[in-house]
Each structure stands twice: as structure tokens, then as C-alpha cells.
Write a protein that binds this ligand. Structure first.
Ligand code: C5P
Length: 311
């Protein structure tokens, strides 16, 4: 194999229920992940000969220059860490070059970095002979970050524990979304810390059965009414302008409006693909909105687009 390209989806959280801080600093969650048709592409190819197996060099391009400029192209990049962790388990591993083609907002609450790590795991595993089983890839993914296992799976799934224990959920039909982007990112750790400050008495998180019923029935109005995110108040405290974005999307006719994960991207559920375009136009007129993306979900998880054999 000379190069492998894997497509990985962004996620939006349909429910994000956050419990109190645990002794290890993480929070128990009930996290309904939903994969949407906004994809990064991760390409891996053999790296400089003589370099350490699993060591990675990185390059990047993408739709939003101000976002791609914020991605570290060094060993701290989660995709590079994925390659290095996987290499410990594969005797045929070598050094790699990883190219990221980014469409998912950076530090946007849509798990773009986690998606890239999931993509790097699948791409490196293929490049190195595909010997690591999917179950083991999911374990390595959980080690890399709470949101990394989900983009391997895709679709719609309930995450428990710190979000990494996944159970696929039944979802009927397609849902249409608009995402309002922000120029600046938000740090997940900072948003969780703000949540602890605002909610020292957080209850044990529980799955919303009305949301699961709406998903199984493909009932977009009911799903829109059931969207919840416990981190939203913390995101509003750090970024008061987001409250305006959410209110404006609702006023423009969104079925539901929510901060995506730890933000600052805001997600709006539309009635149809056409309605999503209308909502996007209204949101782009807001002074705090840096742009919009429309997408549908659910979509599959990490998918190999191309694997070029050595000639
Ligand atoms: O797991 P990951 O490294 O992606 O998490 C990033 C940060 O988000 C953690 O350092 C922690 O501050 C916060 N987090 C949390 N509880 C979770 C998941 C993430 O507090 N369940």
C-alpha cells in the first residue's frame, strides 16, 4: 500500500447530560452522538525512511484557513498520537506522513480532532496490513480521547462512561442540519470547568426517552423539541453572543437549536434540505456568525475512500 485515504464524519450531540466531576477529573456523561455529513479526509503514506515506526509528519489543507492555521502539525496532534499508539501493536508499522483535509470546524464542539484521530487509526491499520481488529481499534481510540471511538462507528449512538462506551441507537430517516460557525474556538476542558462552577450539584445523567422515541420514529419536530445540552449554559457564560445565535435560529423557524458539544458551533434542526438553506441564509446575516454549513445525519463512520497498492 502506498497511500490510504479515510473519510471521517463530524458529530453533533443530540443529548449531552453531564454528571458531577469524578475523581479522575472527567465527568460521567449520557451523550447521544449523531454523525453528520461534514467530513475530514485523512491520508496516510509511508514517511521518511529511518524515522521511528509510528512517528508522523503532518500537513493540512481545508475550507477555512483561519481554522486550519490553529491545528498543531507536531507530535501533539491527536492523529499523530493515534499513529504512534497503534504502531506499538503492529510489527509491520513504519513512519508515516499524515495529510489532513479539514472541513470540520477546529475547536468547534464537533469532534474534528477526534475524527482525525479515528481516521488515522483506520488509515494506518490499512497501510500496515490491517491486522488490528475493530474492537481493539475502539479501545485504542478510547485511550486517545472520550470522543474518538464514535467516529469509528458513526450513525447515532449513546455514549456512557466518559462518553467512550457506545451503544448504537435506532434512528429512522434523515435529519437536516445547519451549523453556525464561530471565528474563535472554545476549549473543551475550559467549558467543563465552567460547568463545574455553575453546577456543583449536577445530578447523575440519564437518557431522555422522548428523544430516543423521536429518533426511532424519524420525527424531526419531536427531535427538535427534545434536544438538550447541559454544557450550553457554560458555553453561554464564556461566549454570551452564542445565546443570540441560538435565539435567532429559533426565531427563523428552526425545529430545535443547540450548542454543539462544548461549542462554539451552534446546531439547528431544519424541516428539510431546502429549509436548511433558508435557515443558513438567516444565520449568515448575524454579526457573530462566521459562516454556515448544512449537513444531514446520520451518516456512516470512518470509511476507506482509497487505498493505493504499491506498484
Ligand atoms: O477525553 P478528552 O481528552 O477528549 O477530553 C478533553 C477534556 O474534556 C478533558 O480533559 C476534560 O477536561 C473534559 N471532559 C470531561 N468529561 C468527559 C469528557 C471530557 O470532563 N466525559
Amino acid at each position: 500500500m502506498t497511500a490510504v485515504t479515510v473519510q471521517v464524519p463530524a458529530k453533533v450531540n443530540l443529548q449531552l447530560a453531564v454528571g458531577p466531576a469524578r475523581d479522575d477529573g472527567y465527568h460521567d456523561l449520557v451523550n447521544v452522538f449523531h454523525a453528520v455529513s461534514l467530513f475530514d479526509e485523512v491520508t496516510v503514506m509511508p514517511g521518511a525512511s529511518g524515522a521511528h515506526p509510528g512517528s508522523a509528519t503532518l500537513s493540512i489543507d481545508g475550507a477555512i484557513d483561519s481554522h486550519t492555521a490553529r491545528v498543531p502539525l507536531d507530535p501533539t496532534n491527536l492523529a499523530a498520537r493515534a499513529a504512534s499508539l497503534l504502531a506499538r501493536e503492529v510489527t509491520s508499522a513504519g513512519p508515516v506522513h499524515i495529510h489532513l483535509r479539514k472541513a470540520i470546524p477546529v475547536a468547534g464542539g464537533m469532534a474534528g480532532g477526534s475524527a482525525d484521530a479515528a481516521g488515522a487509526l483506520v488509515a494506518c491499520n490499512t497501510l500496515w496490513g490491517g491486522r488490528v481488529a475493530p474492537e481493539r481499534l475502539a479501545e485504542i481510540a478510547a485511550h486517545l480521547g472520550s470522543d474518538v471511538p464514535f467516529p469509528l462507528l458513526g450513525g447515532t449512538a449513546v455514549g456512557t462512561g466518559r462518553g467512550e462506551i457506545l451503544t448504537p441507537a435506532v434512528a429512522e430517516g434523515l435529519f437536516h442540519w445547519v451549523f453556525a460557525l464561530s471565528e474563535a474556538g472554545l476549549s473543551t476542558a475550559t467549558v467543563f470547568a465552567e460547568y463545574d462552577r455553575l453546577r456543583p450539584d449536577a445530578p447523575v445523567p440519564a437518557l431522555d426517552t422522548a428523544l430516543m422515541t423521536a429518533l426511532a420514529a424519524g420525527d424531526a419536530p419531536a427531535l427538535g423539541a427534545a434536544l438538550t445540552n447541559d454544557l450550553q449554559r457554560a458555553a453561554f457564560a464564556l461566549r454570551p453572543d452564542l445565546r443570540h445565535t441560538i435565539d435567532a435560529g429559533r426565531a427563523a423557524g428552526a425545529l430545535g437549536a443547540i450548542v454543539s458539544g462544548s461549542g462554539p458551533t451552534c446546531a439547528f434542526l431544519a424541516r428539510s434540505a431546502g429549509h436548511a438553506q433558508e435557515l443558513a441564509r438567516a444565520l449568515r446575516a448575524l454579526p457573530e456568525c462566521a459562516g454556515t454549513v448544512t449537513a444531514h445525519g446520520p451518516v456512516p463512520g470512518a470509511t476507506i475512500l482509497e487505498a493505493t497498492p504499491a506498484s
